[in-house]
Design a protein around this ligand. Structure first.
Ligand SMILES: [Fe+2]
Ligand SMILES: [Fe+2]
Ligand SMILES: [Fe+2]
Ligand SMILES: [Fe+2]
Length: 420
């Protein structure tokens, strides 16, 4: 079973962009513009599709680790962003992706300067050309806000970029960037045009869902989602891990396990579009605010539904707040429309929300959590037989986190795992 990695990468990068904008004031869609510029440069210098996939995806994810870096440095001073560390985490994360080409150094060296004054002190030629391309595109966009430049200002823009690049950007990458930066390119980088531009720019790329890298990237996505709110730093990742051991309990094969894990990791991805002030509001929510919160599932559905190979995953993920009684949201589906994995995720989501510490309730042990689940099952809202299975499988993890699948454990940053 195949997944369109190019489409999935775009959705993940969209989520990352929203967080970077919220937390760092980065401009909207920055990563997408960097990816489009990199794709044009790659094509100009004759890269084949595998090389283009690797380059553009690393461009989309060039700052993927900013949130993870901040999680482990939450107490630290954001101004003193440790460039090396976010490059190192970012490189490790992209290496989990099922590329058909080696991407060593692509993200690691995206802040190097040609004169060796970057965070790793590498001079031009000592780091991969792909890293130099990403660095040039990044710099051009960060300094000039390319989405806002009118076509008639192109000559000044080119002059400004030449000056800004100075001793920083690799000469070869800078030259290639200036070659592709024409009026048409500026037009296609505008917010209204960008989605279509980026879909065309990135080559088709598929991976087998059983590829271990899918599980790893699911773990990365889960961390990104959990980063959004300080109140739920492990909600998603725990639902994914709990789903994994339940999948083992049910004897799922590799494909089924990977699908369920990915659905669990993505179930709340739409929460990234929920405003933080509502997500973290102390006290009761108004009816309007609750309606905004509920919208997160519709976002999950909208973001995932176009991805080829993720049809089942999209359905399970976006059914997690549906009830067998037809009183759930966003679709108000009835019991007969809710298949086993949809029911399973709904149960695990409630279990996790009930057992984890929240501003309005302390952490609960397994017995207390199960009492609430049995009560909900009695009302006919969730599947009673799945609730019983949760009781059997999760009892040994009372007040303890379920560890990640072994495949992830070896690669997960211990600083993240130790977070409360
Ligand atoms: Fe960066
Ligand atoms: Fe950037
Ligand atoms: Fe949710
Ligand atoms: Fe959730």
């Amino acid at each position: 079973m195949y997944v369109r990695m190019d489409q999935l990468s775009l959705v993940i990068s969209r989520a990352l962009d929203i967080i970077e904008k919220e937390k760092f004031g980065a401009s909207k869609n920055h990563s997408m513009r960097v990816a489009v510029l990199c794709a044009a440069i790659g094509r100009r210098v004759g890269f084949n599709d595998d090389c283009l996939s690797a380059l553009t995806t690393c461009a989309l994810f060039h700052d993927n680790a900013l949130t993870e870096y901040m999680l482990s440095e939450r107490e630290g001073n954001l101004q003193a962003l440790n460039l090396r560390l976010h490059c190192e985490y970012g490189q490790r994360n992209v290496e989990w992706l099922p590329f058909k080409k080696d991407v060593s150094g692509f993200v690691l060296y995206h802040h190097e300067h040609k004169d060796g004054s970057g965070p790793f002190g590498k001079k031009e030629g000592e780091y991969p050309f792909e890293a130099a391309i990403i660095a040039a595109a990044d710099l051009a966009d960060v300094r000039n806000h390319l989405q806002r430049i009118p076509a008639e200002s192109l000559p000044e823009l080119r002059r400004a970029i030449r000056e800004q690049f100075g001793a920083d950007a690799s000469s070869k990458a800078a030259g290639a960037l200036l070659e592709v930066l024409d009026a048409h390119m500026l037009e296609s980088l505008r917010d209204e045009a960008l989605q279509a531009t980026v879909e065309k720019a990135i080559p088709l790329w598929t991976a087998d869902i059983r590829d271990p890298s899918i599980i790893r990237i699911a773990g990365m996505v889960a961390h990104v989602i959990d980063y959004k709110s300080v109140f739920t730093t492990k909600h998603t990742i725990q639902i994914a891990n709990k789903s994994w051991i339940l999948a083992n309990h049910y004897g799922y094969d590799q494909t089924q396990k990977a699908q369920l894990y990915l659905a669990a990791a993505l179930h709340d991805i739409g929460k990234i579009a929920t405003p933080l002030e509502i997500l973290e509001k102390p006290g009761a929510l108004s009816a309007e605010e609750f309606a905004v919160i509920k919208e997160h599932v519709r976002h999950t559905y909208d973001w995932l539904r176009g991805i080829e190979g993720l049809e089942d995953i999209c359905r399970w993920a976006s059914n997690h707040h549906e009830k067998l009684t037809g009183t759930g949201y966003p679709f108000g589906k009835k019991a007969e429309e809710l298949d086993f994995n949809s029911r399973l995720l709904a149960c695990v989501d409630i279990y996790q929300a009930v057992c984890e510490e929240r501003p309005y309730h302390p952490a609960r042990d397994h017995a207390d959590t199960m009492a609430i689940l049995y009560e909900t099952a009695k009302k006919g809202e969730i599947d009673a037989s799945i609730v019983k299975d949760l009781d059997t499988v999760l009892a040994e993890y009372s007040l303890r986190d379920v560890p990640p699948p072994r495949i992830l454990a070896a690669h997960t940053n211990p600083a993240i795992l130790n977070l409360k």
